[in-house]
Design a protein around this ligand. Structure first.
Ligand code: ADP
Ligand code: MG
Length: 270
Protein backbone atom coordinates (compact mmCIF):
# COMPACT_ATOMS: atom_id res chain seq x y z
CA UNK A 1 0.00 0.00 0.00
CA UNK A 2 1.36 3.41 -0.91
CA UNK A 3 -0.66 5.67 1.37
CA UNK A 4 -1.19 4.44 4.92
CA UNK A 5 -3.25 6.50 7.33
CA UNK A 6 -3.13 5.04 10.83
CA UNK A 7 -5.36 6.11 13.67
CA UNK A 8 -5.56 9.70 12.52
CA UNK A 9 -6.92 12.00 15.22
CA UNK A 10 -7.42 15.77 14.84
CA UNK A 11 -8.92 18.01 17.50
CA UNK A 12 -9.53 21.74 17.17
CA UNK A 13 -9.76 22.66 20.83
CA UNK A 14 -12.89 20.86 21.98
CA UNK A 15 -13.98 19.95 18.42
CA UNK A 16 -13.09 16.32 17.72
CA UNK A 17 -13.06 16.61 13.91
CA UNK A 18 -11.31 13.29 13.16
CA UNK A 19 -11.43 10.49 15.71
CA UNK A 20 -9.13 7.60 14.81
CA UNK A 21 -9.33 7.13 11.03
CA UNK A 22 -7.32 4.34 9.36
CA UNK A 23 -7.24 3.43 5.68
CA UNK A 24 -4.87 2.58 2.84
CA UNK A 25 -4.63 3.54 -0.80
CA UNK A 26 -2.62 2.18 -3.74
CA UNK A 27 -1.30 3.75 -6.90
CA UNK A 28 -3.81 3.23 -9.72
CA UNK A 29 -6.79 3.46 -7.34
CA UNK A 30 -9.47 6.13 -7.41
CA UNK A 31 -11.12 6.23 -3.98
CA UNK A 32 -13.98 8.44 -2.79
CA UNK A 33 -14.20 9.78 0.76
CA UNK A 34 -17.85 10.62 1.29
CA UNK A 35 -19.93 11.76 4.23
CA UNK A 36 -22.16 14.58 5.46
CA UNK A 37 -20.99 18.17 5.90
CA UNK A 38 -18.76 18.48 8.93
CA UNK A 39 -17.83 14.77 8.90
CA UNK A 40 -14.11 15.64 8.79
CA UNK A 41 -13.29 15.04 5.11
CA UNK A 42 -11.41 18.29 4.47
CA UNK A 43 -9.64 17.94 7.83
CA UNK A 44 -8.38 14.47 6.81
CA UNK A 45 -7.03 15.98 3.58
CA UNK A 46 -5.31 18.80 5.43
CA UNK A 47 -3.66 16.27 7.76
CA UNK A 48 -2.45 14.16 4.83
CA UNK A 49 -1.24 17.10 2.71
CA UNK A 50 0.29 19.02 5.63
CA UNK A 51 -1.89 22.10 6.23
CA UNK A 52 -2.76 20.74 9.70
CA UNK A 53 -0.65 18.98 12.30
CA UNK A 54 -2.14 15.69 13.53
CA UNK A 55 -3.26 15.47 17.13
CA UNK A 56 -2.37 11.76 17.05
CA UNK A 57 -1.69 9.06 14.49
CA UNK A 58 0.58 8.48 11.51
CA UNK A 59 0.57 9.15 7.79
CA UNK A 60 2.95 7.12 5.64
CA UNK A 61 3.57 7.66 1.95
CA UNK A 62 5.67 5.15 -0.02
CA UNK A 63 6.87 3.69 3.27
CA UNK A 64 7.99 6.99 4.80
CA UNK A 65 6.41 8.91 7.70
CA UNK A 66 5.32 12.27 6.26
CA UNK A 67 3.08 13.60 9.06
CA UNK A 68 5.77 15.88 10.50
CA UNK A 69 6.71 17.37 7.12
CA UNK A 70 5.43 20.72 5.86
CA UNK A 71 3.23 20.88 2.72
CA UNK A 72 6.17 21.78 0.44
CA UNK A 73 8.17 18.78 1.66
CA UNK A 74 5.17 16.53 1.08
CA UNK A 75 4.72 17.99 -2.41
CA UNK A 76 8.36 17.19 -3.11
CA UNK A 77 7.48 13.56 -2.33
CA UNK A 78 4.52 13.59 -4.72
CA UNK A 79 1.62 14.51 -2.42
CA UNK A 80 -0.61 17.32 -3.76
CA UNK A 81 -4.09 18.56 -2.92
CA UNK A 82 -6.72 20.87 -4.35
CA UNK A 83 -9.16 22.97 -2.35
CA UNK A 84 -12.95 23.13 -2.29
CA UNK A 85 -12.84 26.55 -3.98
CA UNK A 86 -10.72 26.70 -7.16
CA UNK A 87 -7.34 28.36 -6.59
CA UNK A 88 -5.79 29.77 -9.75
CA UNK A 89 -3.79 32.83 -10.85
CA UNK A 90 -6.47 34.86 -12.62
CA UNK A 91 -4.23 37.43 -14.29
CA UNK A 92 -2.27 34.74 -16.13
CA UNK A 93 -3.30 32.59 -19.08
CA UNK A 94 -4.38 29.00 -18.63
CA UNK A 95 -1.06 27.80 -20.08
CA UNK A 96 0.99 30.16 -17.87
CA UNK A 97 -0.74 28.86 -14.74
CA UNK A 98 0.47 25.35 -15.51
CA UNK A 99 3.94 26.53 -16.60
CA UNK A 100 4.33 28.38 -13.32
CA UNK A 101 3.55 25.28 -11.25
CA UNK A 102 5.86 23.10 -13.34
CA UNK A 103 8.71 25.57 -12.95
CA UNK A 104 8.11 26.35 -9.25
CA UNK A 105 10.53 23.77 -7.75
CA UNK A 106 13.34 25.03 -10.00
CA UNK A 107 12.64 28.63 -9.10
CA UNK A 108 11.62 31.33 -11.54
CA UNK A 109 14.38 33.86 -12.16
CA UNK A 110 13.81 37.39 -13.45
CA UNK A 111 15.43 36.53 -16.79
CA UNK A 112 13.15 33.53 -17.36
CA UNK A 113 10.41 34.27 -19.85
CA UNK A 114 7.44 32.36 -18.48
CA UNK A 115 6.07 31.75 -21.96
CA UNK A 116 9.03 29.57 -22.89
CA UNK A 117 9.53 27.52 -19.71
CA UNK A 118 8.18 23.96 -19.53
CA UNK A 119 6.11 24.61 -22.64
CA UNK A 120 5.82 21.03 -23.91
CA UNK A 121 5.04 19.56 -20.49
CA UNK A 122 2.45 22.27 -19.80
CA UNK A 123 0.73 21.68 -23.16
CA UNK A 124 0.67 17.93 -22.51
CA UNK A 125 -1.04 18.49 -19.14
CA UNK A 126 -3.61 20.82 -20.70
CA UNK A 127 -4.34 18.16 -23.32
CA UNK A 128 -4.82 15.61 -20.54
CA UNK A 129 -7.52 17.74 -18.89
CA UNK A 130 -9.10 18.90 -22.18
CA UNK A 131 -8.10 22.57 -22.05
CA UNK A 132 -5.87 22.89 -25.15
CA UNK A 133 -8.43 25.10 -26.89
CA UNK A 134 -8.31 27.75 -24.13
CA UNK A 135 -4.56 27.59 -23.44
CA UNK A 136 -4.05 31.25 -24.34
CA UNK A 137 -7.16 32.58 -22.55
CA UNK A 138 -6.84 34.57 -19.32
CA UNK A 139 -8.11 32.60 -16.35
CA UNK A 140 -10.19 35.55 -15.16
CA UNK A 141 -12.83 35.09 -17.86
CA UNK A 142 -12.85 31.30 -17.80
CA UNK A 143 -16.12 29.41 -17.13
CA UNK A 144 -16.13 27.76 -13.69
CA UNK A 145 -15.98 24.21 -15.11
CA UNK A 146 -12.79 25.06 -17.01
CA UNK A 147 -11.31 26.53 -13.81
CA UNK A 148 -11.93 23.26 -11.99
CA UNK A 149 -10.18 21.41 -14.84
CA UNK A 150 -7.29 23.84 -14.67
CA UNK A 151 -7.03 23.17 -10.96
CA UNK A 152 -6.55 19.46 -11.68
CA UNK A 153 -3.85 20.27 -14.24
CA UNK A 154 -2.15 22.52 -11.67
CA UNK A 155 -2.24 19.82 -8.99
CA UNK A 156 -0.67 17.42 -11.48
CA UNK A 157 1.87 20.06 -12.49
CA UNK A 158 2.71 20.61 -8.82
CA UNK A 159 3.81 17.01 -8.39
CA UNK A 160 5.11 16.42 -11.92
CA UNK A 161 7.35 19.48 -11.77
CA UNK A 162 9.13 18.25 -8.67
CA UNK A 163 12.70 17.28 -9.40
CA UNK A 164 12.98 15.11 -6.32
CA UNK A 165 9.80 13.20 -6.93
CA UNK A 166 10.38 10.46 -9.47
CA UNK A 167 8.07 8.13 -7.54
CA UNK A 168 4.33 7.68 -7.14
CA UNK A 169 1.94 10.64 -6.87
CA UNK A 170 -1.02 11.17 -4.61
CA UNK A 171 -3.73 13.60 -5.66
CA UNK A 172 -6.11 14.70 -2.90
CA UNK A 173 -9.06 16.37 -4.61
CA UNK A 174 -11.49 18.16 -2.28
CA UNK A 175 -14.89 18.22 -4.01
CA UNK A 176 -13.40 18.43 -7.52
CA UNK A 177 -16.84 18.91 -9.12
CA UNK A 178 -18.24 21.36 -6.53
CA UNK A 179 -20.42 23.98 -8.20
CA UNK A 180 -20.84 21.97 -11.41
CA UNK A 181 -24.04 20.28 -12.52
CA UNK A 182 -25.24 17.80 -15.13
CA UNK A 183 -22.97 16.67 -17.97
CA UNK A 184 -20.19 19.05 -16.94
CA UNK A 185 -20.05 17.37 -13.55
CA UNK A 186 -20.07 13.87 -15.06
CA UNK A 187 -17.29 14.84 -17.50
CA UNK A 188 -15.13 16.21 -14.71
CA UNK A 189 -15.60 13.08 -12.61
CA UNK A 190 -14.64 10.94 -15.64
CA UNK A 191 -11.48 13.00 -15.87
CA UNK A 192 -10.75 12.46 -12.15
CA UNK A 193 -11.08 8.71 -12.67
CA UNK A 194 -8.80 8.79 -15.73
CA UNK A 195 -6.03 10.45 -13.71
CA UNK A 196 -5.72 7.34 -11.51
CA UNK A 197 -6.33 4.83 -14.26
CA UNK A 198 -3.94 6.36 -16.83
CA UNK A 199 -1.43 3.77 -17.98
CA UNK A 200 1.76 4.08 -15.96
CA UNK A 201 4.06 1.76 -14.09
CA UNK A 202 3.43 1.41 -10.35
CA UNK A 203 6.46 3.51 -9.52
CA UNK A 204 5.32 6.55 -11.44
CA UNK A 205 1.56 6.03 -11.15
CA UNK A 206 -1.07 8.22 -9.53
CA UNK A 207 -3.39 7.46 -6.62
CA UNK A 208 -6.51 9.64 -6.34
CA UNK A 209 -8.48 10.28 -3.17
CA UNK A 210 -11.41 12.65 -3.61
CA UNK A 211 -14.15 13.93 -1.34
CA UNK A 212 -17.78 14.24 -2.22
CA UNK A 213 -20.91 14.73 -0.28
CA UNK A 214 -23.20 12.70 -2.46
CA UNK A 215 -23.34 9.47 -4.39
CA UNK A 216 -23.83 10.70 -7.95
CA UNK A 217 -20.10 11.42 -8.22
CA UNK A 218 -19.25 7.99 -6.84
CA UNK A 219 -20.96 5.46 -9.14
CA UNK A 220 -18.91 4.76 -12.24
CA UNK A 221 -16.03 6.80 -10.80
CA UNK A 222 -14.70 5.37 -7.53
CA UNK A 223 -13.06 1.95 -7.28
CA UNK A 224 -13.70 2.01 -3.57
CA UNK A 225 -15.59 4.21 -1.12
CA UNK A 226 -14.79 5.28 2.43
CA UNK A 227 -17.70 6.68 4.41
CA UNK A 228 -16.81 9.19 7.09
CA UNK A 229 -19.43 10.08 9.69
CA UNK A 230 -18.68 12.14 12.81
CA UNK A 231 -14.93 11.82 12.26
CA UNK A 232 -14.93 8.02 11.98
CA UNK A 233 -14.99 5.53 9.10
CA UNK A 234 -18.55 4.18 9.30
CA UNK A 235 -18.21 1.84 6.29
CA UNK A 236 -16.01 1.04 3.34
CA UNK A 237 -16.40 -1.04 0.19
CA UNK A 238 -17.35 -0.91 -3.46
CA UNK A 239 -19.88 1.79 -4.47
CA UNK A 240 -22.52 -0.92 -4.75
CA UNK A 241 -21.74 -2.33 -1.30
CA UNK A 242 -21.85 1.13 0.21
CA UNK A 243 -25.24 1.89 -1.33
CA UNK A 244 -26.62 -1.31 0.21
CA UNK A 245 -24.92 -0.83 3.59
CA UNK A 246 -27.49 -0.54 6.35
CA UNK A 247 -25.47 1.87 8.50
CA UNK A 248 -24.79 4.14 5.53
CA UNK A 249 -28.42 4.02 4.42
CA UNK A 250 -29.79 5.01 7.80
CA UNK A 251 -27.08 7.47 8.87
CA UNK A 252 -26.27 9.15 5.55
CA UNK A 253 -28.00 8.11 2.33
CA UNK A 254 -31.37 7.91 4.04
CA UNK A 255 -31.28 11.59 4.92
CA UNK A 256 -33.45 14.03 3.00
CA UNK A 257 -32.04 14.67 -0.44
CA UNK A 258 -30.40 11.30 -0.85
CA UNK A 259 -33.46 9.15 -1.39
CA UNK A 260 -33.21 9.23 -5.20
CA UNK A 261 -29.57 8.25 -5.05
CA UNK A 262 -30.38 5.09 -3.10
CA UNK A 263 -32.77 4.17 -5.94
CA UNK A 264 -30.05 4.63 -8.52
CA UNK A 265 -27.66 2.48 -6.47
CA UNK A 266 -30.25 -0.30 -6.47
CA UNK A 267 -30.08 -0.29 -10.26
CA UNK A 268 -26.35 -0.93 -10.18
CA UNK A 269 -25.25 2.64 -10.81
CA UNK A 270 -24.27 4.11 -14.13
P1 ADP B 1 -16.15 18.19 5.89
O1 ADP B 1 -15.05 18.55 4.96
O2 ADP B 1 -16.43 16.71 5.95
O3 ADP B 1 -17.42 18.96 5.63
P2 ADP B 1 -14.47 19.44 7.91
O4 ADP B 1 -13.24 18.61 7.93
O5 ADP B 1 -14.41 20.72 7.16
O6 ADP B 1 -15.70 18.56 7.39
O7 ADP B 1 -14.93 19.78 9.39
C1 ADP B 1 -15.01 18.78 10.42
C2 ADP B 1 -15.31 19.46 11.75
O8 ADP B 1 -14.15 20.19 12.17
C3 ADP B 1 -16.45 20.46 11.70
O9 ADP B 1 -17.11 20.39 12.94
C4 ADP B 1 -15.74 21.78 11.54
O10 ADP B 1 -16.50 22.84 12.06
C5 ADP B 1 -14.46 21.56 12.33
N1 ADP B 1 -13.31 22.32 11.82
C6 ADP B 1 -12.74 22.20 10.58
N2 ADP B 1 -11.70 23.03 10.44
C7 ADP B 1 -11.58 23.69 11.62
C8 ADP B 1 -10.68 24.70 12.11
N3 ADP B 1 -9.66 25.16 11.37
N4 ADP B 1 -10.89 25.16 13.37
C9 ADP B 1 -11.89 24.68 14.14
N5 ADP B 1 -12.77 23.74 13.75
C10 ADP B 1 -12.62 23.26 12.50
MG1 MG C 1 -15.04 19.82 3.24
Amino acid sequence: MTLQVRNLVKHFGGVHAVQGVSFELQVGECVALIGPNGAGKSTCFACIAGQHRLTRGEVLWAGERIDRLDPAQRLARGVARTFQVAQTFEALTVLQNVQLLLQAPRGLAAWNVLDTVQLDAAQALLAQVGLQAVAQADVLGLPYGAKKRLELAMALAGVMGEIKSAGPRLLLLDEPAAGLAGPERADLMALVKSLAHAKADARAGVAVLYTEHNMDAVFGVADRVLVLIDGQIAAQGSPHEIAQNETVRTRYLGRAGHAALSDRAGGGGR
